[in-house]
Design a protein. Structure first.
Length: 240
């Protein structure tokens, strides 16, 4: 079943148009990766889906209902969570307090403590640092905090904007393992990833965005064999 649909979206900032016909679909239970060169409009696409940028044209629907221009609180409550690029953790606040912020729009019936315990089950390393300022933790651990905060309202769709940016190789592997574990727990994942090969290898479907448009999409199992992907992103000639 299609959970998220983006159809021919055009959007940008003031008079500068970044997206010029971006489309994608995310089926329930998938991990979907969006790749493309810098400046292709990947982050703008996510911000438009999440109502941070208003589209000039096109439609966005979630779970069968149009959400174009819907506010962030409503999107959170409807089951969509958006984790921004790195360095979004509050360094002077404890790990627990950072996580609690992820439930700030929850209704009074929401069990925040149970949600924190579930995050700690996924990221056991955070449990022992629960009362430690987030800024004292490593880059990979801070990224765990940000992923955990995105899970605090038990989302159906988790949007990740470059979850491994700036991380050491071991931390990159760990974050992708956790993304797969989150997906195995029933959360659909839509992510942007600059590490093309690794991102594709941990995905079910891939969309390629170039110059603000969706150039093509394919199953992740096939995408790395496409000559244009190998040439543009893997530094492999078409002749090989």
């Amino acid at each position: 079943m299609t959970l998220l649909s983006v159809e021919d979206v055009h959007a940008g900032y003031e008079d500068f148009l970044v997206l010029k016909g971006a489309s994608l679909t995310v089926d329930e239970g998938e991990i979907v990766c969006v790749i493309g060169p810098n400046g292709a409009g990947k982050s703008t696409l996510f911000k438009t889906i999440y109502g941070l940028v208003s589209p000039n044209q096109g439609a966005i629907s979630y779970d069968g209902e149009e959400i174009t221009d819907q506010g962030q609180k409503d999107l959170l409550r409807s089951g969509i969570s958006y984790v921004l690029q790195r360095n979004a953790a509050f360094p002077e606040m404890s790990v627990r307090d950072n996580l609690e912020l992820g439930a700030h729009v929850a209704d009074r019936n929401h069990d925040t403590e149970a949600a924190i315990d579930e995050v700690f089950d996924i990221f056991p390393a955070l449990r022992e640092y629960a009362d430690t300022p987030a800024g004292n933790l490593s880059g990979g651990q801070q990224q765990m905090i940000e992923l955990g905060r995105g899970l605090m309202l038990d989302p159906d769709l988790l949007m990740l904007d470059e979850p491994t940016a700036g991380l050491a190789p071991k931390a990159v592997d760990m974050i992708f393992e956790k993304v797969e574990e989150i997906n195995d727990r029933g959360v659909t994942v839509l992510m942007i990833e600059q590490n093309v090969k690794t991102g594709v290898n941990h995905s079910d479907h891939v969309f390629v965005l170039e110059n603000g448009q969706t150039r093509f999409d394919d199953n992740a199992a096939n995408i790395l064999d496409r000559p244009e992907i190998r040439e543009a992103y893997l530094k492999v000639d078409r002749e090989e």
